[in-house]
Design a protein around this ligand. Structure first.
Ligand code: HEC
Length: 198
């Protein structure tokens, strides 16, 4: 009799453990989509460089992001991917199916200073940068295998900005604690910020 009771108690115990494990793994598998706020963004140079641009992943899947970014044949970026070329323009890959028109990319226009980032604008097909250019209208021209990433050879209209100007703006991102900008880059960035809406 005692033995049966003990066996029963044991089986109840293990069933509880099993239910608990199932619950925990269930929660992990259906992780909530990350909330994107101004705090999601950081000094561009603290992101991972890929050729000329920088990437990050807000869902902890940097490996998945890098696999696509470094692929010679393209691919679909995983949710949580952050891509930046300029300190104040960002593309974030949202949950799958979130916005089929923009292939789930959300576009951001930021204000950046030494205290961090402020979101000026965020959205999908209707976001324009400070020069009046519609992010989506340009990026949609990238060939489908590049998932709306333009670079210099994916089919988008070229930006009227030099390599030197891009590097200068990246190296003088005011959110960065340290800067390795050369004097020439500082001067170039300063001139651009003086003469343009940046
Ligand atoms: C006039 C067309 C145009 C507009 C408008 C534009 N982009 Fe781009 N963007 C480009 C091109 C072209 C590149 C690639 C530049 C290069 O690497 O030479 C680029 C690069 C980028 C990159 C780096 C990854 C990539 O695609 O190469 C990001 C991120 C980005 N843009 C975000 C934005 C956001 C956000 C906006 C709106 C706030 C925006 N862009 C507006 C054309 C545009």
């Amino acid at each position: 009799m005692k033995k049966t009771v003990t066996l029963y108690a044991r089986s109840v115990y293990w069933r509880r453990v099993a239910i608990l494990l199932a619950l925990v793994s269930g929660v992990a598998a259906s992780a909530e989509p990350v909330e994107i706020t101004a705090k999601s963004f950081k000094c561009i140079k603290e992101m991972t460089p890929v050729r000329g641009f920088f990437v990050d992943n807000l869902s902890g899947n940097l490996e998945g992001t890098l696999a696509v970014a470094r692929s010679a044949t393209g691919g679909v970026y995983p949710p949580g991917t952050v891509v930046q070329l300029f300190p104040n323009e960002v593309m974030v890959k949202r949950e799958t199916g979130f916005n089929p028109v923009t292939k789930d990319w959300e576009f951001f226009e930021l204000d950046v200073d030494k205290n961090g980032s402020t979101i000026r604008k965020r959205g999908f097909a209707d976001i324009k940068n400070r020069f009046g250019g519609n992010c989506f209208a340009c990026h949609v021209a990238a060939k489908p295998e590049w998932d709306m990433i333009c670079e210099d050879s994916h089919g988008c209209k070229k930006l009227p900005v030099s390599e030197m100007a891009i590097k200068s703006l990246q190296n003088t991102d005011p959110r960065c604690k340290a800067s390795d900008a050369t004097l020439m880059q500082r001067f170039t960035a300063w001139t651009i910020r003086l003469l343009t809406p940046l």
